[in-house]
Design a protein around this ligand. Structure first.
Ligand code: ZN
Ligand code: ZN
Length: 434
């Protein structure tokens, strides 16, 4: 195990934040070399012995300090929070609790900075041998960083939480509350984050997606066309792209690490190879085991190329415009010939797909795959507000009615009109049975 070197961390952090400071357009420029890709790790426990090497980040000067209360009293005694604690009786429970609170605040500020900049080491409340950044979440009361699986244990004893109104929460409430406090990646809009990203599994694919501005932009565009796509449909599509990028990264040893880089005329073969690998292409009979995945990826890549071109025009990067344009024409020529000639079965699917609108074709498929999402109180109330007539009269709502309800209520955004209709249908059935 590598012994964490906290001084190094601070250097990394500063470098990371300065190179990413001018947000917005620069994310679409060709990114930095692979070694400097943002990385977030968690400080690990060094040895089995209880060594006093655990450092915390000071909330005032961001220095890494061993004994926080001593440091605060020596260096920051003029700050009012420190003054307040110093006035408390020495050795009292109150005083200890207040010191812990200041300590957590410093660590929280540090952790927030690390997550926002995307590089550095997180300081957890308790160190373990192996904890990844995805496993950690902040306690929404004391701001300490805990492992997700153990946050509920901490919740029972959290000193800041005692005596607050919501003594008992729903299952998973602690983690949900905590993740709201963590910073959003700077390139993700809030609505897209809460409806699509927050529901996704927190794994390496999700991290790849969030670190790739082009995939995020692609997802946001789908999300803005909300009428036709459900949140789970969008997340499936962007996860496919994330998996593709993961394969591309592995194949090139991280030399090509973003989708923007991958969509280069030179990398066309690389993309075709990667899609073949993902969709399990059989060299012998020239057959994709997952032909629909290959087709969907083809459409997504084409769409991404046009998104890239639009964004490049927006920021006035002539070179990137040219790159995207050339890739698009090459890809459209090669790829679709390639796929359709090789595989007659997918050709029929392909033709169907181009003839019909995608949403019409894909929706029923997606519905089967969708995980059951329990209806929240807000959602139920929203449905009742709009479709009370249907519920009272026992008439199942028509498509137009259901769509109107979905469009009117922001909280129903993640539901399709099918979901709403089915919900009302079940509600009517239930009342009839009584
Ligand atoms: Zn300090
Ligand atoms: Zn807590």
């Amino acid at each position: 195990a590598v012994e964490p070197n906290t001084v190094k961390v601070e250097e990394n952090l500063l470098e990371g934040s300065s190179s990413r400071s001018s947000e917005g357009c620069e994310i679409f420029a060709i990114p930095e070399p692979a070694e400097e890709l943002p990385k977030v790790s968690v400080v690990k426990r060094g040895s089995l012995k209880n060594v006093w090497d655990k450092k915390h980040s000071c909330m005032f000067c961001f220095k890494n300090v061993n004994k926080m209360s001593t440091h605060l009293q020596r260096v920051h005694k003029k700050e009012s929070p420190v003054k307040r604690v110093m006035a408390m009786a020495k050795g009292s429970y109150e005083r200890r609790k207040a010191w812990a609170e200041l300590l957590n605040q410093g660590d929280f500020k540090h952790n927030y900075k690390v997550l926002k900049s995307g590089s550095g080491q997180l300081i957890p409340r308790y160190r373990t041998k192996n904890k990844s950044a995805e496993d950690c979440v902040v306690c929404s009361f004391c701001k300490g960083l805990y492992g997700k699986s153990l946050l509920y244990v901490h919740y029972k004893t959290c000193s800041q939480r005692k005596g607050t109104a919501n003594a008992r929460g729903r299952k998973g409430e602690a983690v949900r509350q905590g993740s709201m406090l963590m910073p959003l990646p700077s390139n993700v809009s809030e609505g897209f984050f809460s409806h699509v990203v927050a529901r996704m599994q927190k794994d390496d694919v999700t991290r790849i997606i969030l670190n790739d501005s082009l995939i995020v932009k692609f997802g946001e565009r789908k999300f803005c066309a909300t009428e036709c796509y459900t949140a789970s449909y969008i997340s499936t599509r962007i996860r496919e792209l994330g998996r593709l990028l993961k394969v591309v990264r592995l194949k090139t040893d991280m030399k090509v690490s973003t989708l923007t880089q991958a969509l280069h005329p030179e990398n066309l073969d690389l993309i075709i190879q990667s899609v073949r690998e993902l969709a399990e292409f059989n060299e012998e009979n020239h057959h994709f085991r997952k032909s629909s995945l290959a087709l969907r990826l083809g459409h997504s890549i084409k769409k991404c190329a046009s998104v890239l071109r639009a964004e490049a025009i927006k920021i006035g990067d002539e070179e990137l415009v040219e790159q995207a344009k050339r890739f698009d024409s090459l890809f459209s020529g090669n790829w679709f010939d390639y796929i359709t000639e090789i595989q007659s079965t997918s050709k029929t699917v392909f033709n169907q797909q181009t003839q019909k609108k995608q949403n019409v074709e894909d929706k029923p498929k997606m519905r089967k795959k969708m995980k059951r999402q329990p209806w929240s109180e807000d959602e139920i109330n929203a449905v009742k507000r709009h479709l009370s007539d249907c519920i009272v009269t026992g008439m199942v709502p028509k498509k137009a009615q259901a769509m109107k309800a979905v469009a009117a209520e922001p909280c129903l955004r993640s539901r399709s009109w099918h979901n709403v209709k089915d919900y009302v249908y079940n509600l009517i059935k239930k009342t009839k049975e009584k």
